[in-house]
Design a protein around this ligand. Structure first.
Ligand code: HEC
Length: 391
């Protein structure tokens, strides 16, 4: 049955590549999309227009709630459902009702909590011991059906833990001295693990985990020929520093394509030291030769510049960065796409390029945008959708 599933998703692969090529795979515009230009064309959950010849592949699939419950159970709880559950479903007067009830029950199980914690660790590329509180916050938010925004804005209890004996999440403060707490953005384990020169690795973590793309993150409508390449960022080229590191260099690559975005974010994370503790001054180094030096604001940005999540989205501190992430549709799209990859057993959306076509997840993105960012409900809907229950 899984072969059937991968055959179907493979059919959608062409769309994935097309979308990824323009770097707008998740947040990107769908203007050149013929189906969208037609506006009202009805589409199914996979984004395939109904009533066209494209329908046939997806149409071949048969609804099977007994197969779906097996797959769902493996994915959500690491276990097959009991034989009794499957038998009951076979005999149920309304199989869909029985299936949906079984899904809801699974979401209430302790094994589901453990599964979400594991997913969060994979997603964040960290976990275990002191590194577990950021994954635990994500898992808890999903399990408890809390708003996704809290992942970036929670100002207390943003470092919870999971008690394996009781299978309960336990409140916890990050207590690392940050003047404001902002969900995982002020997590000491995360700040420790991704400590690096000029705080760039922390910035990269935020970009790849929550915006689902590598840098460069921002594109201008106008590209300018420069040196060995093209300058494609919406920021002013000279908004970033050229000394002691020359981010204006264009001789091999155009540093500014990535670093205009990165250098406006990095100072926000710079006061966390190697152990993830907040200090009153910058704790990261600029890799100058022969001796690295403490990074000064002027190493990242030109005079008069201020920190920002994106061009036109200034964020003066991590609390504001949290608000910016919480309200950025790109972030919602990214987290929904990550959940979709979980349900379809795909690899990581960034490091394994398991990108998801916007069309496929569009209904779930809309749902998440209107359900207050409740990823638990969105995940339930995915498991109850046609794409999941047809084989
Ligand atoms: C395609 C995007 C991109 C381009 C282009 C780019 N960088 Fe970076 N740069 C990054 C990322 C991402 C990191 C963080 C890497 C990590 O630590 O995982 C980084 C890290 C760095 C660092 C810190 C290195 C360290 O020791 O941790 C310096 C310095 C730097 N870049 C300078 C430059 C300069 C100068 C250029 C142009 C010659 C340039 N970068 C071009 C994305 C880019």
């Amino acid at each position: 049955m899984d072969q059937r599933r991968s055959k179907v998703t493979l059919g959608l692969g062409a769309l994935v590549l097309a979308a990824a090529a323009c770097q707008g795979s998740l947040g990107g515009s769908t203007q050149s999309d013929p189906e969208n230009e037609q506006g009202q064309t009805p589409v199914d959950l996979a984004g395939t227009a109904i009533g066209t010849d494209k329908q046939t592949v997806l149409d071949e699939r048969n609804l099977s709630f007994t197969d779906a419950i097996r797959t769902a159970s493996l994915k959500l709880t690491d276990n097959l459902p009991s034989l009794q559950t499957i038998r009951d479903m076979e005999k149920a007067a309304d199989q869909r009702v029985a299936y949906e009830q079984a899904i809801d029950t699974m979401f209430d199980s302790s094994t589901f909590k453990r599964r979400m914690l594991r997913w969060a660790r994979d997603t964040f590329r960290q976990g275990g011991g002191a590194m577990d509180s950021a994954p635990a916050l994500l898992a808890r938010i999903v399990v408890e059906g809390r708003p996704l925004a809290e992942l970036f804005t929670a100002s207390s209890n943003n470092c919870p833990s999971f008690d394996g004996a009781t299978n309960e999440f336990v409140d916890g403060e990050c207590a690392n001295g940050a003047p404001v707490q902002a969900g995982v953005l002020t997590n000491p384990g995360t700040m420790k693990q991704f400590y690096s020169s000029m705080a760039f690795r922390r910035v990269r973590w935020v970009q790849e985990v929550f915006a689902c793309t590598k840098f460069p993150a921002e594109y201008s409508e106008i590209t300018v020929e420069m040196g060995a390449g093209q300058f494609t960022s919406p920021w002013d080229f000279t908004s970033i520093s050229n000394t002691p590191i020359n981010f204006h260099d264009t001789s091999a690559v155009v540093c500014a394509n990535c670093h205009t975005s990165m250098n406006h974010i990095a100072p926000l994370f710079a006061n966390f030291d190697q152990n993830g503790m907040w200090k009153d001054s910058v704790q990261v180094m600029t890799p100058t030769a022969p001796d690295p030096q403490k990074t000064a604001f002027s190493h990242w940005l030109s005079p008069g510049e201020a920190t920002a999540w994106r061009f036109g989205k200034p964020t003066k501190d991590l609390a504001e960065l949290g608000q910016a992430l919480a309200s950025d549709p790109e972030v919602t799209n990214c987290m929904v796409a990550r959940l979709w990859n979980l349900t379809m057993s795909k690899e990581d959306i960034v490091s394994d390029l398991a990108t998801v076509p916007m069309k496929v997840v569009a209904p779930f993105i809309e749902q998440t945008a209107t359900n207050g960012g409740n990823l638990k409900e969105t995940l339930k809907a995915m498991l109850k959708s046609d794409d999941f229950t047809r084989f």
